[in-house]
Each structure stands twice: as structure tokens, then as C-alpha cells.
Design a protein around this ligand. Structure first.
Ligand code: BEZ
Ligand code: FE
Length: 274
């Protein structure tokens, strides 16, 4: 869907909801759903709203992945693939100055691996976009997201930062690990009921913006992850799985152990191209 088609009109609501209701009524009839069962559905959806889990429900039912695919179907292969945002983005993350490091050490972080991620932000034709701004968020090597882990300072493993004159960026983080989406609410009950596991492969989320270009939301994954083929939200795209290189000599970063690097070049779509 192009940016201009993002406006929700009454006509679209009327057309889509009429078809949604026809499909829903057909399914209810085919399964002879009872009053008690339908009441259970309504109670479940009420709980989902109260727990603020509608985005999570959209994600685990792979509806978010479908909408992402529909929204970006017309794009050519010259730009970086988009991916779903998920429910863990936090507005207004701290601005990180160069050299960019997006975390502070915390008790319980364990023996994680340091990771340096870098690349260039360019137009589809490879022209540098020196005004680009990146916004990244991820889990740490243990304990998950900052919002779940009271040992971590607020906004740990999150941050916004710019690129240099050649469009290059680089940030220091730690290699994330696979984790489970929240399971302590109504969506967790749903996953258990339908027998769907809650695991996601390790990943880093990116939002990237530059003047004159369509903002990109995406994720980067790493080879060899046990959940690459079986992400509970189905969001892995092969072109977003980026190789890791192990560097044996960590002394350049002040480390007494090896670390990893990952290259991720980002190409943005011009705003004028629909
Ligand atoms: C995440 O990647 O942060 C995420 C995505 C979907 C559901 C829960 C978490
Ligand atoms: Fe995530």
C-alpha cells in the first residue's frame, strides 16, 4: 500500500467489514458455534483489549506478517525488505552519540557476546543518505527486553543515532538470543490452547528514516538460529538473515575475548515512487 493509500476511508471500512462479517458468519455456521462458545470469544477479546495485547495477537496469528506483505508487495528488489514492528517498540529512545553503544552493563547479563553492527544507508541506487536516522531495539543476552527486566536501566538495548557523510553507521550491542513473546496474558492462553510455541529467533529491530524516502521498519536475524524456520510470528525473510563474523582479537574494543560483527546495508525507497 502506498503512503497515500494509508488513509482509512469510510468506504474502505464499509467494504472490508462487510466481507469480514460474511467470512466470520460462514465460519461460525460451518462449525455450529454455540452461545457459550461465542461468549467465550467475546470474553477473550475483552481480555486482550484490557491487557493491551491486540498487536501481540495480530503478530502471533501471523496477521501482521500478512499485512506487511500486502503493504510492500509492489516494491522492487532494489530496497531493503520491511518487516513487522511488534509490540515492544518504545517511543522517544535516547539519542546515542558516536561511538554508538546502545547498552549499559547490568547485573545478570551473563557472558554474552559483544556485537558490532554496521553498514550504509543509501537510496535504492546506492547514493548515500547522510541525514538518515536509525532507531534500533532488541533484547539483551539475558532477561529479554528492558521493559520485562527490572535489572536493566530504562531504554537498555534501544537507541537512535545518525549516519556519517557517507551514510555509514555503526553501533555496539550484544548478540541477542531467541526469546518467547509474552505468555502471561490472554494471548499466552491462546497459544497454549492451539498448541503454538511462543519462541522468536534472535533479532534486532530497525526503524530507518531519511528525508525524501519512505521510512523503513525491519528486523535483522542471524544464521544458525533454531527458530529461523519456525518463528512464532512467521517474520523471518531470508534476505534479512545476515552473516556474523567472529573476531578473535577483542583488544581493539577493550575486551579480553572475541566479539562478532554483522554488516547490514540499508536501501530506502524514494517517497515519490508508489
Ligand atoms: C518482538 O519481536 O519484539 C515481538 C514481536 C511479536 C510479538 C512479541 C514480540
Ligand atoms: Fe523483538
Amino acid at each position: 500500500m502506498s503512503a497515500s493509500a494509508d488513509v482509512v476511508t469510510n468506504e474502505r471500512v464499509a467494504a472490508v467489514s462487510t466481507d469480514v462479517l460474511a467470512a466470520l458468519h460462514e465460519v461460525l455456521g460451518r462449525h455450529q458455534v454455540t452461545e457459550a462458545e461465542w461468549r467465550g470469544v467475546l470474553d477473550f477479546l475483552t481480555d486482550v483489549g484490557r491487557a493491551d495485547e491486540f498487536v501481540l495477537l495480530s503478530d502471533v496469528t501471523r496477521t501482521s506478517v500478512l499485512i506487511d506483505a500486502l503493504s510492500h508487495a509492489a516494491e522492487d528488489g532494489g530496497v531493503t525488505a520491511s518487516d513487522v514492528e511488534g509490540p515492544l517498540y518504545r517511543e522517544d529512545p535516547p539519542w546515542r552519540e558516536r561511538p554508538v553503544k546502545i547498552y549499559a552493563d547490568y547485573e545478570g547479563m551473563g557472558e554474552g557476546d559483544v556485537l558490532i553492527v554496521g553498514g550504509r544507508v543509501t537510496s535504492a541506487e546506492g547514493e548515500p543518505l547522510p541525514g538518515a536516522v536509525l532507531d534500533v531495539w532488541q533484547t539483551g543476552p539475558s532477561g529479554g527486553y528492558d521493559v520485562w527486566d527490572e535489572r536493566q536501566p530504562a531504554y537498555n538495548f534501544r537507541g537512535r543515532f545518525g549516519v556519517d557523510d557517507s551514510g555509514a553507521y555503526e553501533f555496539q550491542t550484544m548478540l541477542p538470543k531467541p526469546y518467547t513473546v509474552p505468555t502471561d496474558g490472554p494471548v499466552g492462553r491462546y497459544l497454549e490452547l492451539v498448541g503454538q510455541h511462543p519462541w522468536r529467533p534472535a533479532h534486532i529491530h530497525f526503524k530507518v528514516e531519511a528525508d525524501g524516502h519512505v521510512p523503513l521498519t525491519t528486523q535483522v536475524f542471524f544464521p544458525g538460529d533454531p527458530y529461523l524456520e519456525d518463528d512464532t510470528i512467521g517474520a523471518v525473510k531470508p534476505e534479512l538473515v545476515r552473516p556474523l563474523t567472529r573476531r578473535e582479537d577483542g583488544s581493539e574494543l577493550g575486551l579480553d575475548r572475541p566479539f562478532y560483527t554483522c554488516e547490514f546495508d540499508i536501501k530506502l525507497r524514494p517517497a515519490s515512487r508508489s
